[in-house]
Design a protein around this ligand. Structure first.
Ligand code: ZN
Length: 165
């Protein structure tokens, strides 16, 4: 088995859509920065990559490359999942914690969990999601995500049959 951990944070900016976990949420501010600013999918990508000791999201998809400006972060998750599978692992479960002042995540949690589960080809009960407000952290203008993933070694390929003469 392998464990992976990812962390990300983005600052809220006016006038851009808010995407968290691949879902667009209603708010007058979105998350700026790299690609579409999907803080949860970025932390998930790094957790998957870290579990197989692959280069991190910033190395694979550098923010300096205009190609990734406004990119859909689903692309990053798909690449990370491919690397997990190529390394001979499958995802067992995911647990995530979001820290943000607004909007309230509770009403959107089932949709976010279902979307993340779909991206990873998991059942929704294999995706945990908690949301906290940043009490005492002075972080009202940012969203933070922590994600852990557990990977299981997939069945080994059958050994090549020995040649018989
Ligand atoms: Zn990010």
């Amino acid at each position: 088995m392998r464990i992976g951990y990812g962390f990300d944070s983005h600052e809220f900016q006016a006038g851009i859509p808010l995407k968290i976990g691949g879902i667009v949420l209603a708010r007058d501010k979105g998350l700026g920065g790299h690609s579409d600013g999907d803080v949860l999918l970025h932390a998930l990508t790094d957790a998957l990559l870290g579990a197989v000791a692959a280069p991190d999201i910033g190395a694979l998809f550098p923010p300096s490359d205009a190609k990734w400006k406004d990119a859909d972060s689903v692309i990053f998750v798909r690449e990370a999942l491919k690397r997990v599978r190529d390394a001979g692992y499958s995802v067992a479960n995911v647990d995530a914690c979001l820290i943000l002042a607004a909007p309230k995540i509770g009403p959107h949690a089932p949709a976010i969990r279902a979307r993340v589960a779909e991206l990873l080809d998991l059942d929704a009960d294999c995706v945990g999601l908690k949301a906290k407000t940043p009490e005492g952290l002075n972080l009202d203008d940012a969203a933070v995500a922590h994600v852990v993933v557990l990977l299981e070694k997939t069945a080994k390929k059958p050994r090549r049959r020995r040649q018989t003469s």
